[in-house]
Design a protein around this ligand. Structure first.
Ligand code: SAM
Ligand code: DTB
Ligand code: SF4
Length: 329
């Protein structure tokens, strides 16, 4: 039992889905006694990754606000007038490069750029392609999250130097229309298919804390784990409750339920990087540490996510990683 704890294996490459996960099987994992679940997840983590290493990404909203989609969680939707977020134009490329350089200095290996679009227009693809190539030239991995893609766009992004495309399933497939009315979960699957066919790596995860129940969380994780091949990167976001959005008063999710979600993601997607994504500012260090024990091995650094705050102080994450003996990938 101790041998694999002492000898972490080499960095894995993504694998095809090893098994089909029925929702009830994922629910059974969620229902395990908390410490048994964490122990199992930590064991799976150590069989597949060096548990001391953590992948660091940084986020930048390159085109903020005014999105035509109505995602109930999102402060950038034009439907949620009460948020009061101004619609901005595309950031200047030089500004973006400066932000990427700062992120690199802070230890980020990947730079993720987000745009508040339903999907890019052909002209937008030309613009973001130039940005992607310039970020790539800094020696960083690149990730984009631009919404739904039309035929050929994923190939163009790949040719520009994009490594990852982030496109989340966000919630349980059968609850999708409780949260988003302007698109269907099938639209998401369609874009994920295009991204995969173009040879891009996939970053695909979801949000918890949106008034869903445990069975819904299990359904979300099952739908992610059943993507074939599984996503290379799986962001688990805790809802950031933004005033003016329909979910501003969502009930708090108990911290153990969040850690359980991370643990179940790790067990069902053993070779994927599981990112402790939005929501860290609301989590004590001890809860974040539990998430790392349960198999999370990636975070976003920087003072902002897309439009909401991330960590409070510049060196807050460095201190946390040092306390926990975690080193950057
Ligand atoms: N518009 C593109 C899309 O929806 O795919 C890209 C940007 S969108 C903001 C990227 C992801 O951010 C969403 O899929 C969602 O998971 C996450 N997100 C947005 N608002 C959030 C919030 N308030 N709390 C947690 N995660 C959030
Ligand atoms: C993901 O799953 N989480 C990030 C990233 N992918 C693009 C976004 C989190 C956004 C949190 C709310 C905000 O700042 O807009
Ligand atoms: Fe638009 Fe993405 Fe926000 Fe939905 S999550 S409103 S698609 S920016």
């Amino acid at each position: 039992m101790t041998e694999h704890l002492l000898k972490p294996q080499a960095k894995p490459t993504p694998h095809p889905t090893a098994q089909y996960w029925r929702k009830c099987q994922v629910e059974e994992l969620f229902d395990l006694p908390f410490l048994d679940l964490i122990f199992q997840a930590a064991s799976v983590h150590r069989q597949n990754f060096d548990p001391h290493k953590i992948q660091i990404s940084a986020l930048l909203s390159i085109k903020t606000g005014g999105c035509p989609e109505d995602c109930a969680y999102c402060p950038q939707s034009a439907h949620h007038k009460g948020v009061g977020l101004a619609k901005e134009t595309m950031m200047d490329i030089d500004e973006i490069i400066k932000k990427a350089q700062i992120a690199k200095q802070r230890g980020a290996s990947r730079f993720c750029m987000g745009a508040a679009w339903r999907g890019p227009k052909p002209k937008d693809i030309e613009t973001v392609s130039k940005i992607i190539s310039a970020v790539k030239a800094l020696g960083m991995e690149t990730c984009g999250t631009f919404g739904m893609l039309q035929d050929g766009m994923a190939e163009d992004l790949k040719a520009a130097g994009l490594d990852y495309y982030n496109h989340n399933l966000d919630t349980a497939p059968d609850k999708y229309n409780n949260i988003i009315h302007t698109r269907q979960v099938e639209d998401r699957m369609d874009t994920l298919g295009k991204v995969r066919s173009a040879g891009l790596k996939i970053c695909c995860g979801g949000i918890v804390g949106m008034e869903e129940n445990r069975a819904d969380r299990a359904a979300l994780i099952a739908s992610l784990a059943n993507l074939d091949p599984q996503p290379e990167s799986v962001p688990i976001n805790q809802l950031v409750k933004v005033s003016g959005t329909p979910l501003q008063n969502a009930s708090d999710l108990d911290w153990t339920e969040f850690v359980r979600t991370v643990a179940v993601a790790r067990i069902t997607m053993p070779k994927s990087f599981v990112r402790l994504s939005a929501g860290r500012t609301q989590m004590p260090e001890s809860v974040q540490a539990m998430c790392f024990l349960a198999g999370a091995n990636s975070i976003f650094v920087g003072d902002k996510l897309l439009v909401t705050p991330n960590n409070k102080e510049e060196n807050e994450d460095s201190v946390l990683l040092q306390k926990l003996g975690l080193i950057r990938e």
